[in-house]
Design a protein around this ligand. Structure first.
Ligand code: ADP
Ligand code: MG
Length: 147
């Protein structure tokens, strides 16, 4: 078990898959951050905590998938922070801790099914992160040091 996994880096442009249009924007990490992901952490949806610059620490769901830029030979890490931000934060420093696994990646028959699945992921993340064993990571030193 390779969790918790801590990661940090600057938010880069994703593949423009229209996550924002679905109401679920996902902030992408650059490839060098993704390359530090242990091989044991496979494709799927994970939950944890995230912080952008010196903003508060929020709950997040993250999908680990395959990066189309690298012909799906390298992974991608896309974080949806469970908070409404007033502005985009491309170029900002993003810190995350991945704590648990929710489900494998799958193909959805419709956009509606996809959105429902993500809403269920968000609900699960919100609940799990209230458990003391996960909640304590919100106050971890990793988030406290500001860069
Ligand atoms: P891209 O393909 O560039 O990743 P998205 O549609 O997935 O585009 O939008 C991601 C961007 O939206 C992030 O890089 C960030 O700047 C912004 N954003 C705004 N709110 C959030 C949020 N709650 N979680 C993640 N990203 C957000
Ligand atoms: Mg995205």
């Amino acid at each position: 078990n390779k969790l918790p996994h801590f990661a940090e880096g600057k938010v880069v442009k994703g593949f423009g898959r229209g996550s924002k249009e679905l109401g679920i924007p996902t902030a992408n990490f650059p490839q060098d951050v993704v390359d530090k992901l242990p091989e044991e952490i496979g494709e799927g949806v994970y939950f944890g905590w995230a912080r952008v610059n010196s903003k508060p620490v929020y709950k997040m769901v993250m999908s680990i998938g395959w990066n189309p830029y690298y012909k799906n030979k390298k992974k991608s890490m896309e974080t949806h922070i469970i908070n409404e931000f007033e502005e985009d934060f491309y170029g900002s420093e993003l810190k995350v801790v991945m704590l648990g696994y929710i489900r494998p990646m799958r193909d959805f028959k419709s956009l509606d099914e996809l959105i429902k699945a993500i809403q269920a992921d968000i609900k699960e993340a919100e609940e799990k992160l209230e458990l003391p064993e996960y909640k304590e990571f919100r106050d971890n030193n990793f988030f406290r040091e500001t860069s």
